[in-house]
Design a protein around this ligand. Structure first.
Ligand code: ZN
Length: 428
């Protein structure tokens, strides 16, 4: 399919600012041309009016647990450990494949509506998540979450994780990639980590995990092991493969240097970290040390929603609070963290993440018509500090429209919501 987006304002990559008006041609799965001022003519299957709209690279949710939309509003206003141990883990024991499939679809619809084109997800019943992703049309890095504190659980957990990688990596025309996910240093023993690293190397996939989310967790780990989780992982050889480390709220100077030295990515999850009062990740400091920082919502159970527009704004605001510096994480950098840095975290920064000829055509059209975006001095500032998910009017992945004129094209949202309400009744 050949698509022309005519006359939109365009952000090719946040560091380059805004082109006030351009024509953008998509051929098949890739961007074919971006012409400033416009003037591309003829032969398109579909022409989309970009007047009054801003085309940006797709937002990348680099850490979530999609099917936890089931636990939205289920157990709020609790500390992380009692939230997990008393409410979430017992409920997760009751989860079925059907629950995960439908609540994944629910989350995917929400993601599309808020401008997300790609995400990294770690959970259970990942075949169901993958099937939902294939149907909805997004791009994803998926992994089975390994929880194995003792050696006895290690083998079967690793086998399950490996089976998913072998079965799904590269599927859905390459939109689905797989990773390995030991859940966290405190939920998986050293043998699991060593084997997961060796396996990741062999399968050429990244490791996606949780790192240093709460102070309590890090203090307990240091008391038990005599070193920080990041240093412990480094000594086990885990950073020999690409690592996507969610949260990174409580890192020492040395931990940050470890992440930088091994080109690991830290995923900042401001909503979830705020809601569970974990603290604020040192985003500006991580970036200044050369660590790639991406952005994620975490699951809707701990974050409330999967809205990356909101997450981007919170990231910019929290970075200033954390650094005590209003110049920390300026709007273009916040957009970079939400877009191409996310693509880089997912290991696919050369293929997509910016709007450039030859790259995969993932993008989001944001309406600039709202009064809250007027008068429009700086579309990048407005996007980060004033725009809402409801301003997203178009979403494309691999050149395929998933949302146009506010309408979801790949999902029957009403049917998904009805099914989810019915399934949720078992969980109280
Ligand atoms: Zn998480």
């Amino acid at each position: 399919m050949r698509i022309l987006i005519r006359g939109a304002a365009v952000i090719r990559r946040p560091e380059e600012g805004v082109i006030p008006k351009a024509d953008v041609a998509i051929e098949g799965r890739r961007y074919a041309a971006v012409v400033e001022g416009g003037g591309i003519e003829g032969g398109f299957d579909r022409v989309i009016d970009g007047e009054g709209k801003l085309l940006i690279p797709g937002l990348v949710n680099a850490h979530t647990h999609l099917a936890m939309t089931l636990f939205r509003g289920f157990a709020d206003d609790l500390p992380l450990m009692s939230w997990l141990e008393d409410r979430i883990w017992p409920a997760e024991k009751e989860l079925t494949a059907q629950d995960v499939y439908w609540f994944s679809l629910l989350g995917l619809g929400e993601m599309i509506r808020s401008g997300t084109t790609a995400f990294a997800d770690m959970y259970f019943f990942m075949e169901e998540v993958a099937a939902a992703v294939e149907e909805a049309g997004l791009r994803a890095l998926l992994s089975y979450g390994i929880i194995a504190p003792t050696p006895a659980q290690a083998e079967s957990e690793l086998k399950r994780a490996e089976g998913f990688v072998r079965g799904w990596d590269g599927r859905a025309e390459g939109r689905i990639r797989a990773a390995l996910s030991p859940h966290a240093p405190y939920t998986c023993g050293p043998e699991v980590w060593k084997e997961a690293a060796a396996l990741a190397k062999e399968l050429r996939v990244p490791i996606h995990t949780h790192l240093a989310e709460t102070k309590e967790e890090v203090d307990r780990f240091v008391a038990e092991h005599g070193k920080t989780p990041a240093l412990w992982l480094e000594e086990l050889g885990v950073f020999a493969v690409p690592v996507i480390a969610a949260h990174c709220v409580h890192l020492s100077e040395k931990d940050m240097e470890i992440l930088a030295a091994h080109s690991a990515s830290a995923v900042h999850c401001p909503s979830s970290n705020a809601k569970l009062a974990c603290g604020i990740a040192p985003v500006a400091e991580l970036l200044s040390l050369g660590v790639n920082v991406a952005l994620g919502t975490d699951g809707a159970g701990s974050a409330g929603d999967l809205d990356m527009m909101e997450e981007m704004r919170l990231a910019a605001l929290f970075a200033k609070l954390k650094a005590g510096d209003p110049e920390a994480l300026p709007a273009p950098q916040a957009l970079a963290v939400a877009t191409w840095r996310g693509a880089q975290a997912l290991g696919q920064g050369k293929e997509w993440g910016t709007i450039e000829e030859g790259r995969r055509a993932d993008g989001v059209l944001v309406s600039l018509k709202g009064a809250h975006l007027c008068p429009g001095h700086s579309p990048i500032s407005d996007l980060v500090y004033a725009a809402h998910a409801s301003d997203v009017v178009g979403v494309f992945v691999d050149g395929r429209p998933l949302l146009l004129d506010g309408e979801l094209l790949t999902l029957d949202e009403e049917a998904v919501k009805a099914k989810c309400r019915e399934l949720a009744r078992r969980f109280r």
